[in-house]
Design a protein around this ligand. Structure first.
Ligand code: ADP
Length: 538
């Protein structure tokens, strides 16, 4: 970078103003290019170095395991760098198109939580997602790009917040003057290192990072915010940054989104039923009560176990029991478990109690069930989740419709037969091995034509799914998919065909849908993501 700047100042004297501007742009581009090249070299060096160390320690499984872990981390980092640079070049050449589709916000937020969870746990961060009054959970938007915006904000919040810090993602649905739309606000707040007043105006410039030893120690290209701002702008939205050094940052993205208007699923069976929310976080209480009111129920809230017991007992004595109690499990003084035990001791099983927990509740489930919990809901409290649980209460008196732990869903996918279509032998070998390790049965095809032939030769229903590469010689994935869907066989209408794409081709989504494929999966295959997709189709 230094070389570029020296060259520009010396040559500037001989150039016209236009020439100087062009040279300035070229220098910025060169500086950017060098930043990218240097960012690539670090993980590449690690991968090559670790591979060499593993080779020379072939008899030491311990050493090899360590090298493989480091290769895994570095290659994931390298892949994200490549994706950022590809995105940036597409933005610069105006080649990004938004692909609107129906997006279910709870599913997207679950995805994001799953991706962030390991890092949040590793850094012992407190991570909260709070849902304001989101009345419409289904919207029409480019789901991948919307998720990318939120992931960029959250991954920075995680990266630039020291251990044991706090991160909050808040979502609000606000009024929009455009008919059929709402203004959605996504606010990402962290208690991290913060951003200086001087740097904030430069935060969206490409390849720019704050000059701070704490930042240069961490991996990054300075492209994430540029990409985020560009996508937000394409969605006709805005992004705002507030920050204070040493205190933390707050990024607010506000985008108008088209609503998917759907009929209320549960009629007025919940109308007028009183529900008590118990949570030590006031914002959660207020938004949960508002959500209950919107469902036609009567939402009340208290911020401690003690107050909850008092109110529930009083309501019982007055023969005006709550229809249900929504109870947080982590509270100071009297926590959720203790509150639950006291309520059950005093009232027996009369009032259904739903425990709300962050993330995965499998660790606490047994203890809470034994103490008399009826159901579990994970935060954030989306309207559909709450309405579904109450609907179950109305149907059966008690809910047994508790979300199935992820592991259970996964085991049911074991033994499913997948036709894996990929022309690159190394990619095919990697994908096949990964899938076999997880219990899938794999049949391979080197291109679309062979896939078509293998499908034709199979028994109807013989394959449960097709994983289809896009760019292939002889017959590409789009053509193969169209031809398979056109066959005169029952199962061609139902078999999921999932496109495997490198990020560079993610924008061909429209074409993928038109050719009859159901979904996109980025390469290299991410098994949890594949599970999520297959869960939906199988
Ligand atoms: P990077 O790859 O460096 O994280 P970004 O474009 O995502 O690139 O962010 C640009 C710069 O903005 C970062 O290098 C950092 O200096 C600053 N920044 C972004 N988000 C935060 C945050 N949540 N806290 C502190 N600094 C941040």
């Amino acid at each position: 970078m230094a070389i570029g700047i020296v060259a520009s100042s010396k040559m500037g004297a001989f150039l016209t103003a236009g020439g100087q501007e062009a040279l300035g742009n070229a220098v910025t581009q060169l500086a950017g290019f060098l930043t990218v090249a240097i960012s690539f070299i670090t993980p590449m060096n690690a991968i090559m170095g670790m591979a060499a160390i593993a080779q020379s320690n072939i008899d030491s499984p311990e050493k090899i395991r360590d090298c493989l872990n480091k290769i895994g981390t570095s290659s994931r980092h390298l892949l994200s760098l490549i994706n950022e640079v590809l995105d940036m070049s597409k933005i610069e050449s105006g080649k990004i198109d938004l692909n609107p589709e129906k997006v279910n916000l709870p599913d997207m937020i679950q995805n994001i939580t799953d991706i962030c969870r390991p890092l949040v746990i590793e850094k012992k961060l407190e991570f909260q997602i709070s849902i304001g009054q989101v009345r419409h959970e289904n919207i029409v938007a480019d789901g991948d790009r919307l998720q990318q915006i939120l992931m960029n904000l959250l991954s920075n919040a995680i990266k630039y917040t020291p251990e044991q810090g706090r991160i909050i993602l808040r979502i609000n649905e606000l009024y929009s003057p455009s008919p059929g739309k709402s203004q959605y606000e996504f606010i990402c707040i962290d208690s991290g290192i913060g951003i200086s007043e001087e740097f904030i105006p430069r935060i969206f410039e490409p390849f720019t990072r704050a000059e701070d030893p704490r930042i240069s120690k961490l991996q990054g290209t300075g492209l994430g915010m540029t990409i985020t701002e560009n996508i937000v702008r394409m969605m006709n939205g805005s992004i705002d940054v507030q920050s204070e050094l040493g205190k933390g940052s707050r990024f607010t993205v506000s985008v108008p989104l088209e609503l998917c208007l759907e009929k209320e699923e549960y009629g007025d069976e919940l109308s007028g039923l009183p529900v008590l929310v118990v949570d030590d976080d006031k914002i959660t209480c207020e938004s949960a009560a508002a959500l209950l009111d919107e469902l036609g129920m009567r939402g009340h809230w208290v911020m401690s176990g003690r107050e909850a017991v008092h109110l529930i007992v009083k309501a019982h004595e007055e023969k005006d029991d709550f229809f249900a109690v929504i109870l947080d499990w982590k509270m100071p003084e009297m926590d959720g478990l203790e509150t639950l035990k006291v309520i059950r001791r005093k009232l027996g099983m009369d009032v259904p109690i739903i425990v709300i927990s962050a993330y995965d509740y499998s660790e606490i489930e047994e203890e809470f069930r034994l103490a008399g919990a009826d159901a579990f809901i994970t935060k954030p409290l989306f309207r559909s989740k709450v309405a579904h649980t109450f609907h179950q209460f109305c149907q059966s008196g008690r809910s047994d419709a508790v979300a199935i732990p992820i592991e259970e869903v996964h085991t049911s996918l074991e033994g499913k037969r997948i036709l894996l279509v990929e022309d690159n032998p190394l990619n095919r070998e990697i994908a096949a091995e990964l899938l076999k390790m997880h219990g899938f049965l794999i049949d391979e095809a080197e291109n679309g034509r062979i896939a078509l032939e293998k499908f034709l030769a199979s028994e109807p229903g013989g394959y449960d799914c097709i994983l289809m590469d896009i760019q292939m010689p002889v017959m590409d994935g789009w053509t193969a998919s169209v031809k398979i869907r056109e066959l005169d066989r029952q199962d061609v209408r139902t078999i999921p065909i999932i496109a495997m794409t490198a990020n560079a081709f993610a924008d061909d989504r429209q074409k993928t849908t038109e050719s009859g494929m159901n979904e996109h999966l980025a390469k290299p295959i991410d098994i949890p993501q594949l599970y999520q997709i297959l869960d939906r189709f199988l």
